[in-house]
Write a protein that binds this ligand. Structure first.
Ligand SMILES: Nc1nc2c(ncn2[C@@H]2O[C@H](COP(=O)(O)OP(=O)(O)O)[C@@H](O)[C@H]2O)c(=O)[nH]1
Ligand SMILES: [Mg+2]
Length: 448
């Protein structure tokens, strides 16, 4: 079980130096513990930024001093629902660490990853879908990912889940009443009404689940691998797509020997772009390992860009790559500034030297990944855990419709309706197991 009767502490700002660093305390003793590290002796006013100084001492020796702004958020009106104190100092890792060390010496405990947000969930400040949205927001690499996460943090998904649950609950209550008062000669709900209500619920779930593919693509991003022969212009293309000179470009064949990876924003999609070693037979053990890694990268890619030099006739290696590539591929005719030596209808012509076709290639990549013209709206549903639970609820409800058609006794129908409710409840974390919570929150960063 999770314990939340102690006071936890962590540095809430990212590791390293910065303009400001924040230490966060949460728990019953937060308000008292802060006086172990600040010079101010008077009580703190709630939710008021107070200028004071930090002074950390150990065995009479000073271990760290700084100016500080301290803010106390009294329970229950805080992020976690407990007493929270935030100490903002200059972002010196040394001073921040000393503050945390002193607070631990005074009785606080180092927070585990995500433990502040876990407490917010346990204290019902937010539900589980919202807590997961906090992690998604922090992890977002594109504005579209961030907006999708923020909408869910605001409770858009939770509200829809609650509405579905409310209809289910209402249906269950009516069915139970019909069972409890069978002699009243009055049916609280007719079987055909149950079927109608259930099919409404199924179509609501269908609507929500229709955003699954788009939502997951927004949240999880996609991996795009650049493949092709040596010197085809792969690294030049990689640099042109990410917009800076990251990979080494030379006319020496076999320059790229390892996988080079960068994240790019493809109109909202977080793309992990991978440049690879060029295909060729080689005796060099390092380059051979690079070629192996390139093949493995192609295996896991959501999309492969097969780069072929326009200015050279197709070789067996080019043909092999084209034949062995999965359908999720785009053929890129590189060095399109040269006299073309081959033609393929599907090829996207690009020249990094003459700056031709990069925009068109990005369009083609986005279409290949999304099957959509544009991907501009945030998705109401994006997390695989939620998707699986909602699909389970939908399958159960469809079973209910079939059962009623076969005049199955209402008791059995009720069991399935309850089961569907359990699935919905798990999305927002009601009745979630400790293992589920542990798994979700252990993927947070420390201090969140
Ligand atoms: N003419 C022309 N040369 C290019 C173009 N892109 C790359 N190159 C040249 O082709 C050579 C190999 O490029 P590189 O990107 O390292 O290819 P890689 O081995 O496939 O990664 C270099 O000399 C580049 O300057 C292009 O669009 N046009
Ligand atoms: Mg290269």
């Amino acid at each position: 079980m999770f314990s939340s009767d102690d006071t936890i502490v962590a540095i809430a700002t990212p590791p390293g130096r910065g303009g400001i660093g924040v230490v966060r305390l949460s728990g019953a003793c937060a308000r008292d513990l802060v006086f172990q590290v600040v010079t101010r002796r008077e009580a703190l006013a709630p939710r008021e930024a107070t200028l004071t100084k930090v002074s950390v001492r150990e065995a009479g020796t000073s271990r760290g001093s700084d100016h500080a702004i301290v803010t106390w958020f009294p329970a229950p009106h805080s992020y976690t629902g407990e007493h929270v104190v935030e100490i903002s100092t200059h972002g010196s890792p040394v001073v921040l660490r000393e503050i945390v060390r002193a607070l631990v010496a005074a009785g606080a405990r180092l927070a585990r990853p995500g433990e502040f947000t876990l407490r917010a969930f346990l204290n019902a400040r937010i539900d589980l879908a919202q807590a997961e949205a906090v992690a998604d927001l922090i992890d977002a690499a594109t504005p579209l990912q961030a907006q999708t996460a923020f909408d869910q943090l605001e409770g858009t998904l939770s509200a829809r889940i609650r509405a579905l649950d409310q209809s289910l609950l209402d249906l269950i209550a009516r069915l139970e009443a019909s069972l409890d008062f069978p002699d009243e000669g009055f049916h609280f709900i007719e079987p055909r009404d149950v079927v109608e209500r259930v099919s409404e619920l199924v179509s609501d779930l269908n609507e929500l689940l229709s955003h699954e593919a788009r939502g997951r693509l927004i949240r999880e991003g996609a991996t795009v691998v650049i493949a092709g022969r040596v010197n085809a212009g792969k690294s030049s293309l990689f640099n042109a797509l990410i917009g800076r000179e990251r990979a080494i470009v030379t006319d020496v064949p076999g320059t790229t020997r390892d996988l080079v990876t960068e994240t790019m924003d493809l109109e909202g999609l977080a793309i992990t772009l991978v440049d690879t070693a060029g295909e060729r037979e080689t005796q060099d053990p390092v380059e051979r390992e690079g070629v192996l890694r390139a093949a493995r990268a192609r295996d896991i890619a959501d999309l492969t860009l097969i780069v072929i030099d326009s200015g050279q006739v197709l070789t067996d290696e080019d043909r092999r790559l084209l034949e062995s590539s999965s359908p999720a591929r785009l053929v890129v005719a590189s060095k399109a500034d040269r006299e073309p030596q081959w033609h393929m209808d599907e090829a996207v012509r690009v020249s990094t030297l003459a700056n031709i076709g990069i925009g068109g290639l990005k369009d083609a990549m986005r279409r290949a990944l999304t099957n959509e013209e544009r991907l501009k709206d945030p998705a109401p549903l994006s997390n695989l855990r939620h998707v699986l639970l909602l699909k389970e609820a939908r399958a159960t409800l469809m079973r209910v419709s079939a059962a009623i058609a076969q005049s199955t006794p209402e008791e059995f129908v009720l069991v399935d309706l309850q089961r569907a409710r359990t699935n919905l409840a798990e999305v927002v974390g009601v009745g979630s197991s400790d293992e589920t919570l542990d798994y979700i929150f252990s993927h947070f960063c420390i201090g969140k």
